[in-house]
Design a protein around this ligand. Structure first.
Ligand code: GLN
Length: 554
């Protein structure tokens, strides 16, 4: 019988429910259990695919092409949970499905209501993940307890335990225990209120995970336990982690959370072995090199906009025992100030994916700088398209070359609309999405990185390289090192006369894990380390020459 864990959040948003849920999944997997993770988001958008990165951070894409919340990225990085369309539902999707059923007459003329119709629909999407192969389903409820939008979801998870039996469900509530400087103490009242709200709607949390800057004293835990009606051992401290998100599971283990879950749900679990994660943290803490990478994008100030890219760079750093210092740079700043001052000191330049014209010319400038200076470059999706535009204009000398996304009348539309996109007008879920295969040229950097001749990576785009220009580009030393197996779509480009210049139409960042760096990110970071070493030795040589000159003069 599959067991269910529900993770809710209280007091404030951004407490890290996604990371905590992912950490719980990771710990249970390391105790030999099979988990599935799921996020239920209370907003009305059908999926985050049409939401601005300012609103919601990056859109995380799964193999099956669903565009999901970025917390699913944490789930995939921390666990091996199978994620599909069923792993992320929003209020919009739930209502859409209920309304379609109503239109088909499935409710036989009854009045359709939040309870039971919406709550039944929510329960059915939770139950969908329970099967013979799954020991535990972890369902994270987005938003904060007390939000109007969350209520049907909370009501549904309350009812759920009546359907499957109380002993098969565990409610974990993540809350904030703030430190009040003026009083010089931790405050438990917000937690008491938040749990009070949950209890009002009939949910008694079994475990409280308390986010805090300071260590919870026994007296704090006693107070929380008493007022919130939980056992003192079920008051778990989760202290802020400045160093790395990959420490979170360890702090939960220190508080015996895994044991608590296993006992509460009566799970048959192995003893916890975390060797691979100890190793990755040890590598993170003891880097042998340090490099700096400039990420030139549209949303420099918004860390969540390129979340998976930053994580993938860190993973490659872990693999190479290298501290990767990431500097987001707004591409419009390059348009204003030129690339020299902003980019000259970096060991690698990455241009991520995106939409819209703002900042495009700055990205093109950054890529030109990387190409001309021999700085390792990784272009992703729009980053590849900008690399094609740059090459067309500055190497092939095709004046006015552009993507037809930005200039419909360009004389050289080197990036143009995919054939099957030409008639599409709806926005959500209509791009070329999800896992697609690419065949690699055995002579390429891509092949050397992957060590395989066919790879599968996730996509999210409408535009593609215009094949009418392939021959011309090849004549100027561009290598088309990856294409769709039928050779119709360009998937990877490289420059023959450059130390490491790779740009891809897909999103390799979505398949990177801390314990298993994505091959292209790994290759890019290695190239950046080499570039750094070369630059340092050139600098040292220049220093020696200067010293010699000074010595000979004296
Ligand atoms: N805007 C480009 C396209 O639709 C690139 C998309 C992306 O970078 N994800 O093709």
């Amino acid at each position: 019988m599959t067991k269910h864990i529900f993770v809710t959040g209280g007091v404030v948003s951004s407490l890290g429910k996604g990371l905590t849920s992912a950490s719980i999944g990771m710990l249970l997997e390391h105790r030999g259990l099979t988990v599935r993770l799921q996020k239920l988001d209370p907003y009305i958008n059908v999926d985050p695919g049409t939401m601005s990165p300012y609103q919601h951070g990056e859109v995380y894409v799964l193999d099956d092409g669903s565009e999901t919340d970025l917390d699913l990225g944490h789930y995939e990085r921390f666990t091996n949970s199978l994620l599909t369309r069923d792993s992320n539902y929003t209020t919009g999707q739930i209502y859409q499905s209920v309304i379609c059923k109503e239109r088909r007459g499935e409710f036989l003329g009854k009045t359709v209501q939040v309870i039971p119709h919406i709550t039944n629909e929510i329960k059915s999407v939770i139950a969908k993940l329970a099967d013979d192969d799954t020991d535990v389903v972890i369902t994270e409820i987005g938003g904060t307890v007390g939000d109007i939008e969350s209520q049907p979801f909370l009501e549904a998870i309350r009812q759920f335990s009546l359907d499957v039996g109380k002993k098969n469900c565990l409610y974990i509530h993540l809350t904030l225990v703030p430190y009040l400087k003026a009083a010089g103490e931790l405050k438990t009242k917000p937690t008491q209120h938040s749990v009070g709200q949950l209890r009002e709607i009939g949910i008694q949390p079994d475990i409280l995970i308390c986010r805090t800057e300071r260590t919870l004293q026994r007296s704090d835990r006693e107070k929380i336990a008493l007022f919130c009606n939980v056992l003192i051992d079920a008051v778990i401290e989760e202290k802020d982690k400045d160093f790395s998100i990959y420490e979170v599971p360890f702090s939960l283990v220190d508080n015996k959370l895994d044991e608590l879950i296993v006992n509460n749900l009566d799970l048959q679990a192995d003893t916890l072995v975390l060797d691979d994660w100890h190793d990755l943290l040890q590598r993170l803490r003891n880097p042998e090199n340090e490099i700096s990478i400039a990420v030139v994008g549209k949303y420099a100030a918004h860390r969540d906009a390129y979340k998976s890219i930053y994580e993938a760079l860190d993973h490659a750093g872990i693999a190479h025992r290298t501290q990767v210092r990431i500097q987001p740079i707004q591409s419009e700043q390059i348009e204003a100030e030129g690339p020299e001052r902003l980019l000259a000191t970096y060991d690698g330049i990455l241009v991520p994916g995106g939409f819209g014209e703002r900042g495009i010319e700055g990205k093109v400038e950054a890529i030109r700088f990387a190409r001309e200076r021999g700085i390792p470059f990784l272009g992703i999706c729009l980053g590849m398209q900008c690399a094609v535009i740059e090459f067309a204009r500055n190497v092939v000398h095709l004046e006015g070359a552009h993507s037809s996304e930005f200039d419909k009348d360009s004389p050289h539309p080197v990036i143009c609309l995919l054939d099957d996109q030409k008639t599409i007008t709806d926005k959500g879920g209509t791009m070329r999405l999800g896992a697609q295969k690419a065949r690699l040229d055995p002579e390429s950097i891509a092949y050397a990185s992957y060590g395989e001749s066919e790879v599968s990576e996730r996509h999210r785009h409408r535009y593609e390289f215009n094949n009418a220009y392939r021959q011309q580009f090849m004549a100027h030393s561009m290598r088309f090192s990856g294409t769709s197996p039928d050779d119709k779509l360009v998937e990877i480009i490289e420059l023959v006369d450059h130390p490491w210049f790779v740009a891809v139409q897909f999103h390799p960042e979505f398949k990177s894990k801390p314990t298993e760096a994505q091959p292209l990110f790994s290759g890019f970071v290695q190239a950046a380390v080499d570039h750094h070493t070369k630059r340092a030795s050139r600098g040292a040589e220049a220093g020696v020459t200067k010293n010699e000159q000074i010595e000979s003069k004296s």
